[in-house]
Design a protein around this ligand. Structure first.
Ligand code: ARG
Length: 447
C-alpha cells in the first residue's frame, strides 16, 4: 500500500481519509497533464540551480514525458490509496526511478503545485471556450447580415414599442459576446501569472529561479509576492467564473428570447423540428426544451462566482484545505459552457424567421414614432407632433407608413456589423495562445 507523501509514524484513519480526499481524485484528473508540465519546468529549474544533475534531469524529464503520454492516451489513473495527482505522479516516478524520483519536490509544495496546475488548466480551457464563443459569434453575425432587412417588433415592458429587425436582434447578441470576451481577456491576464516557487505560500531558502519557470511555462509574468501567490487560490477561479458567467448571461437572455419568440403568441421564429421535444399527453406540442435547459444551465454557471465566494469567504491569508472544494464546482464548468455554446450555435444557424410578421395589424401602432418624426422633420415642434399622433391614435385615425429610414450607427439601416467584427477580431488577436503552446511543446521535447 502506498503511504501518504506526508505520513510518518501515525497511519491515517480511513474514514478521515475518505472525508478529506472526497472527490479530489476525480477533480485532479482534470489537472493531471498540467501537473506534469509544471513538474517538467520545475525540474529544469532545479537543474539550473544545481539541485539536480543534468543526467538526473534527463532521466526525470523522459519519465515525466512518458507519464504525459499515458495521460493523453486516457490511461492515467489516481490509485485508490493515493491521495491526489501530485502524489500519484511522484509515486510513478519513484517506482520507476527510485531515489531520483524523490528529488523533484525540493523547493516546492503541493500548495504551489495545485496553484500552477489550475492556472495552466484555466489558460487552456479559456482557449477552448473562446473557440466555442467564436463559433456562436460568427453564426449570429451571419444571421444578422442575412436578415438585416427583415423587420420585427421591438418591445419595452413587453409592450409593443418600436420597429426592430432580425438584423438588430441577432447582431445585439454578437456584440454582447464582444463585451464578454473583454471580461474573459481580463480573467486571462490575471490567470497568466506564475505562482510556482511560492511553495507552501512563503517561498523557499533554495535560490529558486522563478523567472525561468515563468518563461518555461509560457506565463506573461509571475505572481511575485509568495504570500499573494497563495492568496490567488480561489480568487483566480472566482474572477474566471465571473467571466464565464458573463458569457452565460448573454446566452441565457438569448435562450429566453428564443423560447418566447418561438411561442405561438409571438411566432417570430421557428426552431427546427429536430431541436424540439414532444409532450406525453398533448400530441401537437413542439417544446423548446433545448433553450429552456440552456437557460437553466446558464443560470447554474452564473451561480458559480457566488459559490466560490461562499466557499472561500472570510479565509485569512495562507493555505487552507477549504480551497480544495472549489475544484468540484469550478473545473466542470468549462465543459458545461462549451456544450451550451456548441448547441446554441447550431440552433442559431438553423432557426428560421417569420419574414411577414409585421403584416399582423396588432403591430400597426409601433410606427407612431415614425409618424411623429416625419411631422417634426416637416417643421412641426416635436411635442405638438407627439400630441397630434396621440390624438389620431385615440380617434382611430392613425394610418401607419411602413417605410423606415433609420440610418444612424447601430440602427436598423446601419447595423455596423463590420465594426463589431473588427472589435471581436482585435480582442481575439490579443490572446497570445501560441505562446503557451510553444512553451508546452518545448517542455515535452517536441521542438
Ligand atoms: N488537494 C489539495 C488542494 O486541492 C492539494 C494541496 C494539499 N495541501 C495541503 N497542505 N494539504 O488544495
Amino acid at each position: 500500500m502506498a503511504s501518504k507523501l506526508w505520513e510518518k509514524s501515525v497511519t491515517v484513519n480511513s474514514d478521515v481519509e475518505v472525508y478529506t480526499v472526497g472527490l479530489d481524485r476525480e477533480m485532479d484528473m482534470y489537472l493531471a497533464r498540467y501537473d506534469v508540465l509544471g513538474s517538467l519546468a520545475h525540474i529544469a529549474m532545479l537543474e539550473s540551480i544545481g539541485l539536480l544533475t543534468s543526467d538526473e534531469l534527463k532521466v526525470l524529464s523522459e519519465e515525466l514525458r512518458a507519464i504525459y503520454d499515458v495521460i493523453e492516451e486516457g490511461k492515467f489513473c489516481i490509485e485508490d490509496d493515493v491521495e491526489d495527482v501530485h502524489s500519484q505522479v511522484e509515486l510513478m516516478l519513484t517506482r520507476r526511478l527510485g531515489d531520483i524520483g524523490k528529488k523533484i519536490h525540493s523547493g516546492r509544495s503541493r500548495n504551489d503545485q495545485v496553484l500552477v496546475d489550475l492556472k495552466l488548466f484555466i489558460r487552456s480551457r479559456i482557449e477552448d471556450v473562446i473557440t466555442a464563443i467564436t463559433g456562436l459569434f460568427k453564426a449570429l453575425i451571419s444571421q444578422s447580415d442575412r436578415y438585416k432587412d427583415v423587420l420585427m417588433p421591438g418591445y419595452t415592458h413587453l409592450q409593443v414599442a418600436m420597429p426592430s429587425s432580425f438584423g438588430l436582434w441577432f447582431g445585439a447578441y454578437a456584440e454582447s459576446l464582444v463585451d464578454d470576451l473583454t471580461v474573459l481577456k481580463a480573467a486571462y491576464t490575471v490567470t497568466n501569472r506564475n505562482p510556482l516557487g511560492s511553495a507552501a505560500g512563503y517561498g523557499s531558502s533554495f535560490p529558486l529561479d522563478r523567472d525561468m519557470t515563468t518563461r518555461l511555462l509560457g506565463f506573461d509574468s509571475m505572481d511575485y509576492n509568495v504570500v499573494y501567490a497563495q492568496m490567488g487560490r480561489g480568487k483566480v477561479e472566482r474572477i474566471v467564473a465571473q467571466a464565464l458567467a458573463s458569457v452565460a448571461s448573454t446566452v441565457s437572455k438569448l435562450a429566453f428570447d428564443a423560447c418566447m419568440f418561438n411561442s405561438q403568441n409571438f411566432g417570430f421564429i421557428k426552431l427546427p423540428d429536430q431541436y424540439t421535444t414532444g409532450s406525453s399527453i398533448m400530441p401537437h406540442k413542439k417544446n423548446p426544451d433545448v433553450f429552456e435547459l440552456t437557460r437553466a444551465k446558464c443560470n447554474k454557471i452564473q451561480a458559480l462566482p457566488y459559490e466560490i465566494t461562499l466557499i472561500t469567504n472570510n479565509l485569512p491569508s495562507g493555505y487552507f484545505r477549504d480551497l480544495q472544494l472549489v475544484k468540484e464546482n469550478f473545473l466542470p464548468a468549462f465543459d458545461s459552457l462549451i456544450d451550451i455554446l456548441v448547441m446554441v450555435t447550431r440552433m442559431v444557424s438553423e432557426v428560421s424567421v417569420n419574414e411577414s410578421i409585421l403584416d399582423d395589424p396588432r403591430y400597426r401602432l409601433m410606427f407612431s414614432v415614425e409618424e411623429v418624426n416625419r411631422l417634426t422633420l416637416a417643421g412641426m415642434p416635436f411635442r405638438d407632433a407627439y400630441k397630434k399622433v396621440g390624438l389620431d391614435i385615440e380617434k382611430g385615425e392613425f394610418e401607419p407608413d411602413y417605410t423606415l429610414k433609420h440610418t444612424h450607427a447601430g440602427s436598423i439601416g446601419n447595423l455596423c456589423n463590420d465594426r463589431i467584427v473588427g472589435l471581436y477580431d482585435d480582442l481575439l488577436a490579443s490572446f497570445d495562445f501560441d505562446k503557451f503552446h510553444v512553451a508546452f511543446s518545448r517542455l515535452l521535447g517536441k521542438e
